[in-house]
Design a protein around this ligand. Structure first.
Ligand SMILES: [Zn+2]
Ligand SMILES: [Zn+2]
Length: 204
């Protein structure tokens, strides 16, 4: 059959399928029968094709993934869900063999979350809400009405980190950013000298 004739036949069948549901169903049944009868041969052919074109398929998959990063993300998530046991075991094994990297990753993730949380409670760039100290190393989150230490201990008991907890819980109110100095002052005296100085300056 020439290419033109085949095209013509295809077009004819397409039109008839659209117009005649019985014909469409008959064709579908024929297709099903053919598949059932030749299942093994078709599977073998498909397997052979996959093996013969492995290199090409890999290249195509790579290119496709690069062009559709969102789809790749979804398909990875689906695959991980299906293979959760495998994934867990592989993760365990990887963690065992990459302790140094793991430590570094965790440290980086902790730092990133801390920055995000401090930024959120500072309305932008992290600073001490009392004295304006901007050095991240000196900053931490303070529970305005106390109870922070207890809460933190509870969380640590569960192996969780406080900054992550704040983020996951949608940044609950009642927290502020303080530097260590101001934090200690509030802890010891219930007020910070910074504020008292301001008061003296205001009343002078
Ligand atoms: Zn301060
Ligand atoms: Zn202060």
């Amino acid at each position: 059959m020439s290419t033109n004739a085949r095209e013509y036949q295809r077009e004819y069948q397409r039109r008839r399928r659209a117009e005649d549901p019985e014909y469409a169903e008959r064709q579908r049944q024929m297709c099903r029968d053919y598949h059932n009868k030749n299942r093994e041969a078709m599977l073998a052919k498909s397997r052979k094709y996959h093996i013969d074109h492995a290199e090409k398929r890999r290249e195509y998959a790579k290119r496709y993934a690069k062009e559709h990063p969102e789809k790749k993300k979804v398909s990875i998530a689906v695959w991980r869900k299906k293979n959760i046991v495998k994934v867990r075991e592989a993760t365990k094994e990887w963690n065992k063999n990459n302790q140094d990297k793991l430590k570094r990753y965790r440290k980086e993730a902790y730092k990133k979350t801390k920055l995000e949380v401090l930024g959120h409670y500072s309305n932008g760039v992290p600073v001490c809400s009392c004295c304006g100290e901007p050095e991240i190393v000196f900053l931490s989150i303070d529970h305005i009405n106390g109870g922070g230490t207890k809460h933190r201990k509870e969380l640590l008991g569960q192996g969780k980190n406080f900054y992550r907890w704040l983020k996951i819980n949608g940044y609950p109110s009642g927290y502020r950013v303080l530097c260590h100095n101001c934090n200690q002052a509030y802890g010891h005296y219930g007020f910070c000298p910074h504020q008292v100085k301001d008061l003296e300056a205001a009343s002078a």
